[in-house]
Design a protein around this ligand. Structure first.
Ligand SMILES: [Zn+2]
Length: 272
């Protein structure tokens, strides 16, 4: 297909998806704009294989956000944002992947953009699945650094369900990445598809682990003096009260942590 026509179709496809997600209240208005931008690059400069992986991440995380709504309703306020993803979240999760889809356009014969793209999406998908399903763990999560039990939804808390969900999220992307591997210079990887799968699984798990590690140590965490609860929300809590920072670096919010998680996945991708 001619590059210009492909880009045009990509933008059109991205616009349809972003609008549908906005109407379904999975994305806020700014989030839809971010999705349009990322979708245009990934669909228009990458191609259908790249689109499949992005859609797998996007649809599965939107569905998981909605599932178990009742059970999560009481816990969700601990998270930085509600079910509607805004542009910060969209760019934090898919921005790194978009860059590699764009790089594929300039290095069409190279395998590394596809590997880094898949590894980055494996990491953010692992992290999202872990966040959405980890709260359902029957026992309290434990802080990744100290092993001390913490409240559900606490940044840096890990659990059995969360870890299994992270592995599932990474495996889901890894499997699709294998099935969709474009016919690039993949002769190098052909005899070791299983290795590619496990490598993406590892990238995803390490990315999610890195996310938890930052959450437990340097991510900015706040407290609501009214509800007396720990939260990622700032400046205002869900109740409308101004939150006070209790630990972490002020500039390191949840979006940046997710961005680092996505970058970590891609870096591991390129290294291997
Ligand atoms: Zn409050």
């Amino acid at each position: 297909m001619q590059p210009f026509l492909k880009l045009l179709l990509g933008i059109l496809f991205a616009a349809i998806i972003a609008f549908a997600a906005y109407r379904a209240k999975s994305l806020s208005r700014s989030g839809a704009l971010g999705a349009l931008l990322e979708g245009s690059i990934i669909f228009g400069l990458g191609g259908w294989q790249w689109a499949v992986l992005l859609m797998a991440f996007f649809v599965s995380s939107s569905v998981l956000t909605r599932l178990f709504g009742k059970k999560k309703a009481s816990l969700n306020e601990k998270f930085d944002k509600g079910g509607q993803r805004d542009i910060g979240q969209v760019l934090a999760n898919g921005g790194v992947a978009s860059i590699f889809a764009g790089l594929h356009f300039f290095y069409p014969g190279a395998a590394w953009p596809w590997v880094a793209f898949s590894a980055s999406l494996a990491a953010v998908n692992a992290d999202t699945w872990a966040t959405e399903l980890g709260v359902l763990n029957p026992t309290l999560p434990r802080l990744i650094t100290t092993g001390k039990p913490v409240e559900r939804g606490t940044s840096g808390g890990v659990s059995v369900y969360g870890t299994l969900a992270a592995a599932g999220g990474a495996a889901f992307i890894a499997l699709l990445a294998l099935l969709c591997t474009p016919s690039l210079n993949f002769i190098v990887l052909e005899p070791s598809f299983v290795l590619f799968f496990f490598f993406l699984l590892l990238s995803g798990l390490l990315g999610a682990l890195f996310d938890s590690l930052l959450g437990a140590t340097v991510q900015a965490i706040y407290r609501c003096p009214h509800c007396n609860k720990e939260t990622e929300k700032h400046p205002l809590h869900t109740c409308g009260t101004q939150t006070v920072q209790i630990r972490g670096w002020k500039w390191l919010n949840n979006d940046l942590v997710n961005l680092f998680c996505a970058t970590m996945g891609a870096i591991i991708g390129i290294l291997v």
